[in-house]
Design a protein around this ligand. Structure first.
Ligand SMILES: [Zn+2]
Length: 356
């Protein structure tokens, strides 16, 4: 299959830049003539996601252990081998260049040979790591990437999280969200994933980057992507990080008609070992304002108990799906926590600010 790139706002004829390898894989969302029937989603720590859509596999971030200063090739191989039981990786995405997300991303690009999409700085780092320049696509926001006949990805310039009482206006690390549309025989599946984010005014304030370029207000950028995709909003939002996400939720959920919120960026604080299982649980009660807001909008939270929990998203909605084989390959139990012990979130009590 070919990957097409175009700046959706200005280019009508997309430029075919290169091929990405088609892959097999034993998943049941295989594309027939009418396209893929579903998306299989696997979460494996922090904001790491693997999406298998028919024969197309997409990986976000892919940090396989933290803290770590350098990639862990052996663990990337192990996780890749486990994921290959259900698909493969043809495209590698990075939300932002911070170690807890990006430490292993260049190694994923290297081992899979997949096209890597990230910020200019992320691509520079990848090239230093040994990835050839044409295998990394620098993002600025506003790009449309037609991954195959059925799957499109729109890149949204987003914003990184900040602390209490601060305003993010572009000086922080470049952060991107990805809006996906998948045409199935029954309907178009839609989700938006962001690996960090601030909320409130930060979403409606123009973000001026370090080169002095105005990258637009995140909310406006997302609205443009949604319009460009010819949809009214998106059904699933995978958002984070854990802190202050209520401020994003209050803006994003009503604006785009989100039906299911899938929180991520948990199980990261204090470092994590992917073969030992999630070392503290996601707790709705640690974010009481978020819990209250979502409940009053009838938006359920769908989240994982352990690494490599999987979900199937199709025309009937999104639901958890067993992933015992993959978990076994990682030394994790088929269900529940473990094998390591579980404690409490080191940041419990500090997840929302006064006034949130
Ligand atoms: Zn970060």
């Amino acid at each position: 299959m070919k990957t097409q790139h175009c700046l959706s706002a200005v280019v009508t004829a997309c430029l075919v830049l290169g091929g990405i390898a088609a892959c097999g894989g034993g998943n049941d969302s295989s594309a027939g003539n009418g396209g893929p029937k579903n998306v299989r989603m696997t979460w494996f720590g922090v904001t790491n996601w693997h999406y298998q859509i028919g024969d197309l596999g997409i990986l976000l971030d892919g940090a396989v252990g933290y803290p770590a200063r350098d990639p862990n090739p052996a663990m990337v191989t192990r996780v890749h081998d486990a994921l290959k039981l259900k698909g493969d990786v043809d495209v590698v995405l990075l939300g932002h260049l911070h170690g807890d997300h990006s430490v292993d991303t260049p190694e994923w690009a290297k081992q899979t040979g997949a096209q890597y999409y990230g910020s200019k700085a992320a691509c520079a780092e990848a090239v230093t790591y040994g990835i050839s320049g044409d295998k990394c696509t620098s993002l600025y926001g506003g790009e449309k990437v037609q991954l195959n006949e059925h799957v499109a990805m729109r890149v949204v310039r987003w914003v990184h999280s900040i602390g209490c009482g601060l305003l993010q206006n572009g000086g922080g690390i470049e952060t991107f969200g990805y809006l996906f549309t998948v045409k199935t025989p029954d309907k178009t599946l839609t989700w938006y994933v962001t690996d960090s984010g601030a909320g409130g005014r930060d979403l409606t304030t123009d973000q001026i980057d370090t080169d002095g370029v105005n990258r637009g207000a995140p909310l406006t950028n997302l609205a443009k992507a949604v319009r460009d995709a010819n949809i009214d909003g998106f059904e699933v939002w995978q958002g984070g990080p854990e802190s202050r996400v209520v401020n994003q939720a209050r803006t994003v959920i009503p604006a785009f008609g989100v039906k299911t919120f899938m929180p991520h960026h948990y199980g990261a604080r204090g470092g994590f070992n992917i073969t030992q299982g999630l070392h503290y649980p996601y707790s709705e009660d640690e974010m009481p304002e978020l819990k209250k807001f979502l409940a009053s909008n009838n938006v359920p939270q769908l989240y994982s108990t352990n690494y490599f929990d999987a979900y199937v998203y199709d025309s009937t909605g999104i639901r958890a799906d067993g992933n015992a084989e993959v978990k076994a390959a990682m030394g994790l139990p088929a269900n529940g926590i473990g094998p390591g012990p579980q404690g409490t979130n080191p940041r419990a009590g500090d997840m929302e600010c006064p006034g949130d």
